[in-house]
Design a binder for this molecule. Sequence first.
Ligand SMILES: *[C@@H]1O[C@H](CO)[C@@H](O)[C@H](O)[C@H]1NC(C)=O
Length: 309
Amino acid sequence: MREDNQSSNMDFILLGVTGQQEQEDFFFILFLFIYPITLIGNLLIILAIRSDIRLHNPMYFLLANLSFVDICFSSVTLPKMLTNHLLDTKAISFEGCLTQMYFMIGMANIDSYILAAMAYDRAVAISRPLHYTTIMSPLFCVLLVVGSWVVGNANALPHTLLTAQLSFCGNQRVVNFYCDMASLFKLSCSEISFNVKMMYLGVGVFSLPLLCIIISYVRVFSTVLRVPSTKGVFKAFSTCGSHLTVVSLYYGTVMGMYFRPLTSYSLKDAVITVMYIAVTPMLNPFVYSLRNRDMKAALGKLFSKRISS
Ligand SMILES: *[C@@H]1O[C@H](CO)[C@@H](O)[C@H](O)[C@H]1NC(C)=O
């Protein structure tokens, strides 16, 4: 594949997931499936929740918001990767690179905070059912969502501004398929120790909601176990189990990627990033709704309405 005959000197080069041609073709095909599934799956969830009045409650509003963020999240990197592969180029402008970085960090953080809000919502519903409607008031839900967007953008801005100041001395070959913060730091010929410290701080802010998620699920489990009914316990474990699997995949891969010395980064790490960039946004709608009877009914209604009209 051509690298820089067509690109200007200022352009960055995205080397890809592994940098090997056959493997790039494989990831191209993989993303060609994953991206539309992510878009359609999440869009269906939003439409189903909007169209069914029974789903107008905090849990589903948060789920619709998660779906919206997942659509944005995967749209930051995957379309660029797909079109670059089709156009047989690896170039991305520096502005494009910074934009990708800003929205990547922003959306990943918003996702993280909404996941925590959803776990908190379940903990309140199960451990304090009588106070549920007063605690999860419409105003509080809006605050949770707006708060997630504020934290996400506030976390993305400093990293992007700091990266914009870096010099690259002609090293513009990014060892990843999108402009990843750590990959850019490694290329820079400026002093980056402050950027790296800020990056660890940023990953800390990103991971904070994990604490809330763990506490929420512990509360769910301890409430369910206090009322021993085998069916209830089984249902709680199977539902929360699938949520926890996705959640640990998400935080595990992000923390595994960024909480370590910059010197240990290599091209292989891009494969890890595929997990949280492409796979979790695709899985979220399935994990959070397919095991749910109301959601399935709403989706069924959505389709029958479309067919009959
Ligand atoms: C996100 O949540 C807010 C507050 O609960 C809600 O009003 C809004 O409709 C939700 N967004 C989507 C896309 O459903």
